[in-house]
Design a protein around this ligand. Sequence first.
Ligand code: IMP
Ligand code: MG
Length: 187
Amino acid sequence: MDYMRTQKNLGPHGLPDVLISSQDLHHRIEELGRQITNDYRGRQLTVLGILKGSFLFMADLVRMLDIPVMTEFMGISSYGTQTHSSGEVRITSDVKHPIDGLDVLIVEDIVDTGLTMEYLVKYLQVRNPRTLKICSLLHKPAKQLKPVTIDYLGFSIPDHFVVGYGLDFQGLYRNLNYIGHFTTPPV
Ligand code: IMP
Ligand code: MG
């Protein structure tokens, strides 16, 4: 079904241009799922989704995994302007179970400056997981300030502010089924 035709009223800025289509997202997530399944075969994986941005990616990714999976979530807010993060991170909801001794895979929507991920990795590492790896759907290398090793990356993208498939602008557009951007930025 062509969902894009039915998505016309998602926000006041019109429909964003397609940067990554829903088909391309699906194919790439299938590949990531195979790769993660192979890497963790014989083990149980704790997939830790970072809310809110990762909720759709997480939902699609875990369904591609053919290993025993536990799911956890953390809520994170990063302060900053509407389209630029400041690196000041606030944990709004923490993991509900201890992660020591577990194989943990952080699932994030996008690594931009890397400040959020750097903070998160430090925060989780002291809780002694057996392994801690990062899976991010998107990466904007142009903006990176902190060195972050993304173990599983969906797509590297140019320095556009993107929305859709979990990512928002002013809380909207998360339900867009593709990654889009505005040719004329709304800010
Ligand atoms: P970082 O700390 O600069 O790496 O930013 C990470 C967070 O900023 C992400 O988890 C997103 O919530 C948000 N973010 C960064 N770039 C974008 C974007 O292009 N669209 C929507 N949110 C973004
Ligand atoms: Mg986020």
